[in-house]
Design a protein around this ligand. Structure first.
Ligand code: OSB
Ligand code: MG
Length: 369
């Protein structure tokens, strides 16, 4: 295909409740959507996983706009005729900015699959038509245990098949113990988003008493040795999120004994093609993977759900329903039924923005070509 235009659309979506992690609190989703139009007039949609501020990782939306406009999009426009599979190679000379490049690859892939009439799920190698869903529970804004218990109860009642608690120093053993005591059988895991140092290994080992599925990214993303020491000390499986940015880093972390389970997020690893490659590598060596989330709108959520339907995704992901974060999603909402969500079957992402909603939530839009 040949690209005719690329446009960025910046949207603000209110959250149903603040989402607090060890790195900050989000009150509103600030998101960049990409709209590519091919020379044949087919539209493809991408979503950038970055946030307003560089807190989860170094990426942030203002920087993503600049790198897309001045460096990434021009490389695709200069290429002329291209396929989605060409995108990683065409963008390779530019360093970093995985979420920006993932958004562009996603939009091109969506356009290509819509043209071909193939769903993203079947393109990636889906083996299921529904996926088990987990939910990520933030640290309560008021620091109250009762607030956490009420929120978790709502998700358990809604049917979520796995609960993930965000933890940080001062909010870890006690809340996780309380949730475990109240729901002795629910699949439970924790995520620290790099909030601890190696000196916390003995402290974190107390979590071994709580029968958790895993502990996610407790230490700094660069500290593979620290994660290896923790994995040796803990029975609970160590899972990496921020540290894994490619097949090579996933392979290294696994080989070094720093990672027993992988959280795969397409944005963090530069796109759905690399995400699939990490999945394939892990499947081949028996390493469980699950699909992470970045508070995506229905566009990114559709793609994550397609990815999560591959055979190696053996643990429920952070693929919650639209109403976990938004009262009104930009697409038709994804709905939880019996703890599962149906994998979209239409061409490409299988969903698209509802024009009126998109208009309402758009704060700025600009051509990138
Ligand atoms: O670390 O998994 C994370 C949200 C924003 C940034 C980082 C993370 C998260 C989540 C999942 O925990 C949120 C979701 O369900 O989309
Ligand atoms: Mg995480």
């Amino acid at each position: 295909m040949r690209l005719d235009s690329v446009e960025v659309i910046r949207c603000h979506l209110p959250l149903v409740r603040p989402f607090r992690t060890s790195f900050g609190t989000e009150y509103e989703k600030d998101v960049l959507l990409l709209k590519v139009t091919t020379a044949d007039g087919v539209v493809g949609w991408g979503e950038c996983a970055a946030d307003r501020a560089p807190l989860y990782s170094h990426e942030f939306n203002d920087a993503a706009i600049i790198v897309l406009r001045d460096h990434l999009v021009p490389r695709l426009m200069r290429a002329g005729e291209l396929t989605a599979e060409d995108v990683p190679g065409l963008l390779r000379p530019v360093r970093g900015h995985p979420m920006a490049r993932a958004a562009l690859e996603m939009a091109v892939l969506d356009a290509q699959l819509r043209t071909a009439g193939v769903s993203l799920g079947s393109y990636l190698g889906s083996t299921r038509d529904r996926i088990d869903c987990g939910v990520s529970v933030g640290i309560p804004d008021d620091d109250e245990l009762a607030t956490l218990m009420a929120e978790v109860e709502g998700y358990v009642d809604a049917g979520y098949r796995r609960i993930k608690l965000k933890i940080q120093p001062g909010w870890d053993i006690v809340p996780t113990t309380k949730v475990r005591e109240r729901w002795p059988d629910i699949p439970l895991q924790v995520d620290a988003n790099q909030a601890y140092g190696r000196d916390a290994i003995e402290h974190l080992a107390q979590l071994d008493a709580l029968d958790l599925l895993l502990i996610e990214q407790p230490l700094h993303e660069d500290d593979l040795r620290g994660h290896q020491l923790l994995a040796e000390r803990m029975v609970t499986a160590v899972c990496l999120d921020e540290s894994v940015i490619s097949v090579a880093t996933a392979d290294s972390a696994i080989e070094y004994g720093a990672c027993e389970i992988v959280n795969i997020k397409a944005g963090r690893v530069s796109g759905y093609l690399e995400a699939k490659a990490i999945h394939d590598m892990c499947l081949g060596r028996g390493i469980p993977v699950w699909c992470g989330g970045m508070v995506e709108t229905g566009l990114g959520r559709a793609a994550n759900i397609a990815l999560a339907s591959l055979p190696g995704f053996v643990l429920p992901g952070d693929t919650s329903a639209s109403d976990r974060f938004f009262t009104r999603d930009v697409t038709e909402p994804f709905v939880l039924r019996d703890g599962q969500i149906a994998v979209p079957t239409g061409p490409g992402l299988g969903v698209e923005p509802i024009p009126d909603v998109l208009d309402d939530i758009t704060v700025w839009r600009s051509p990138l070509t």
